[in-house]
Ligand binder design. Structure first.
Ligand SMILES: Nc1ncnc2c1ncn2[C@@H]1O[C@H](COP(=O)(O)OP(=O)(O)OP(=O)(O)O)[C@@H](O)[C@H]1O
Ligand SMILES: [Mg+2]
Length: 279
């Protein structure tokens, strides 16, 4: 290799930054948080050298309470601080039971961010700015979005490389998907040309119902779908109650297996985008 090309190659590989994956759907209860938690664990479990970060962008704090329990979290040491102009404190990162998985927890004060940012010129870019340094520290950053197409969700789209859209099949989900697609088009055009849709993923899926089977082609007309589907299992609710990852709670469970397969499928999408390099 020519000497200066070799230098560029080494320089670029040292510069490789985290992939930011946003789990987004404005519809409530479609398994965004379950998917964010399960994928974060699956990515961390697959490679102990890889550093994974989960960011809880929902003031309901579901991911936070599952991973950190009742631990007291001040606004300054939560995701709230990522939306302030002041640089975030290093104390926003919390360790989890998994050594290579960290979380930036949510806090109820996050609801104030909507009104704080509504008049700010850089309102859609706060999260992206805050993530700049974190992108160098982690390999994969997963964003658990709230159930709305709010300023916070737009911040997630502006920061993300990929969008994963968990969905349950119904007439309403099809209308909702069209709204997300329109939002992605606008974000691509005006704020973040790099944002790509990794795909939709059927969650809480019951393959036996003819309604959901019949509607899959309709969904595929609007949204590219990932091959992996996530079935229903009571073990998910039980694992959440025990504050455990589904794989740790029930390793052979069909949902645990499905999320491992989804992580594999997404890694292939990321690698293809990076010309074959794994994240
Ligand atoms: N595969 C599954 N099987 C059974 N129950 C599930 C499964 N996935 C998620 N659930 C349950 O469905 C409910 C909604 O899931 P979750 O909280 O992950 O959705 P969400 O999209 O994050 O909701 P919100 O929009 O309120 O943030 C939860 O009670 C969760 O335990
Ligand atoms: Mg949620």
């Amino acid at each position: 290799m020519h000497e200066h090309l070799r230098f560029i190659f080494i320089f670029r590989s040292a510069e490789v930054m985290a992939i930011v994956l946003s789990i987004t759907n404005q519809k409530g209860g479609v398994a965004k948080t379950t998917t964010a938690l399960s994928l974060a664990h699956a990515f961390a479990r697959k490679n102990a050298d890889r550093k994974v970060l989960l960011i809880d962008l929902d003031s309901q704090r579901n991911a936070t309470s599952i991973l950190l329990g009742n631990q007291e979290i001040t606004p300054e040491r939560s995701v709230y601080s990522l939306f302030q102009t002041k640089k975030p404190e290093s104390g926003v990162l919390y360790a989890t039971k998994m050594p290579n998985l960290s979380i930036i927890p949510s806090n109820l004060h996050l609801v104030e961010v909507e009104s704080q940012l509504s008049g700010a010129l850089d309102g859609f870019f706060r999260l992206n700015d805050a993530l700049q340094s974190l992108r160098h520290e982690f390999d994969i950053i997963i964003l658990d979005c709230p159930p709305s197409l709010s300023v916070i969700t737009i911040n997630a789209m502006v920061s993300a490389d990929f969008l994963l859209i968990p969905l349950q099949i119904s007439k309403f989900s099809i209308d909702g998907i069209q709204n997300i697609r329109d939002a992605v088009t606008t974000v691509n055009r005006r704020y973040n040309a790099h944002l790509k849709i990794a795909g939709g993923c059927l969650t809480l899926h019951d393959g036996r119902t003819t309604l959901s089977q019949a509607m899959i082609p309709e969904v595929e007309k609007i949204l590219p779908m990932l091959k992996t589907t996530i079935p229903r299992s009571v073990a998910v609710e039980e694992a959440h109650l025990m504050r455990q990852d589904i794989h740790d709670y029930a390793p052979g469970n069909k949902v645990a297996t499905a999320y491992a397969a989804l992580a594999d499928e997404l890694e292939a999408v990321f690698a293809a985008d990076r010309g074959g390099a794994p994240p």
